[in-house]
Write a protein that binds this ligand. Structure first.
Ligand code: PLP
Ligand code: COI
Length: 360
């Protein structure tokens, strides 16, 4: 508990019928629950005015700095409904800490970790009916912080707002756990050395949209970014981290080089793989290595991972000059078994031996 008291304004809740219609086929990020969290920060007063409000539009001064200079950060985590009806969240404290890492980089205020966790809990509690129970369904929770000082000078804002909205969601990639195709970004980067790649800030995603469009034009579901200097060293996908699996059961993933988001799924999978006795190499990984490894059989699987994507097998990496293809269009064995273990922990069918879950 923190010493901030939340004011709660009850929403006019949607009918059970409406809610069930949404939950029957929620899509991803298309629908929102009845409430949201809002907490205000000012330089003079710190964090105050903590509220649970009806979900709805927020009014902003058109001079608000987030609208001009993009001073914004966000997080993504999920609440899961277990077979016994109980609800859990997964490693919310990690999201709170990463929000603060992003806040420091973007000159936004840090939010106490307990306040973040308590805010998530309060929203999930009040909107518990919106946590779906179907296969692969979750309540996707989107905390974010915006600079909303009305001032056109370019400096860090002295007023900010932290909000949380939540969206009942199904799988990010439709069509079940089937391998996706990835487009190798052609000369467009999302991050560079000394930039904001390791922060979860809106600008990184804005920079990924044009290459993501190019991926779609080339029949791919996601875009892969390489290091902007070498154009061969792999950073990550537009919204996910990447792992390669070697035939000797070693997992290889790009090291946290300051350009990539330190994914919580990535960190969890490293732990789960090491628990099984696999070695995990966090180091520079190149497209050339991937290409040669698939050709000579030493790289057998590739997968993307993140809160939204969970673990998604990668079947192909495409570029105008070459295609790396695993050939069988089937998810890899280790990919599937790690996915099964992680989701098993999240949905309560596997033991949570690392204490990753918070029961709501
Ligand atoms: N990389 C990027 C760019 C992302 O947007 C995400 C998703 O949040 C990830 C990696 C994976 O992070 P996490 O596993 O914490 O969701
Ligand atoms: C998440 O996984 O939480 C993200 O923010 C990535 C995005 C593709 C939704």
């Amino acid at each position: 508990m923190t010493d901030l008291t939340f004011t709660i304004t009850e929403a006019e809740r949607r009918s059970a019928e409406d809610r069930e219609a949404v939950l029957a086929n929620p899509g991803f990020g298309d629908h929102f629950t009845d409430h949201m969290v809002s907490i205000v920060w000012t330089q003079d007063e710190g964090w105050h005015d903590a509220e649970i409000l009806p979900f709805g539009p927020i009014s902003m001064n058109p001079a608000s700095s987030v609208l001009h200079y993009g001073q914004e950060i966000f997080e993504g985590l999920k609440a899961y409904r277990r077979a016994d009806g109980s609800i859990v969240t997964f490693r919310a404290e990690e999201n709170a800490r990463r929000l603060n890492d992003s806040a420091r980089r973007m000159a936004l205020p840090e939010l106490p970790v307990e306040l973040f966790v308590e805010s998530v809990r309060k929203l999930v509690e009040i909107d518990a009916e919106w946590v779906p129970s179907g296969d692969d369904q979750t309540l996707y929770i989107r905390p974010f912080m915006i600079a909303d000082e009305s001032f056109l000078g370019v400096r860090a804002a002295q007023r900010a707002r932290f909000l949380i909205i939540a969206s009942p969601s199904g799988a990010y990639f439709t069509g079940g756990v089937k391998p996706v195709s990835i487009w190798l970004s052609q000369g467009l980067s999302r991050a560079g050395q000394g930039g904001t790649g390791a922060a979860k800030c809106g600008g990184n995603y804005a920079a990924s949209l044009l290459p993501q469009n190019q991926a779609a034009e080339n029949g791919c579901q996601q875009v892969l970014f390489t290091d902007s200097n070498t154009v061969d060293t792999i950073d990550e996908l537009g919204g996910m981290n990447l792992f390669l699996v070697r035939s000797d059961n070693t997992l290889v993933t790009p090291e946290l080089n300051g350009n990539i988001l330190p994914g919580i799924t990535r960190k969890s999978l490293i732990q789960l793989a090491q628990d099984r006795g696999y070695s995990v190499e966090e180091r520079a990984v190149t497209v050339s290595e991937w290409r040669e490894g698939v050709a000579d059989g030493s790289i057998t699987e590739a997968f993307a991972c993140g809160t939204a994507a969970v673990i998604t097998p990668i079947g192909q990496l495409k570029s105008p000059d070459f295609t790396i293809d695993f050939g069988d269009n089937a998810p890899g064995e280790l990919t599937l078994s790690l996915r099964e273990e992680l989701t098993g922990i999240q949905y309560g069918t596997r033991e949570d031996r690392h204490g990753w879950l918070e029961v709501i």
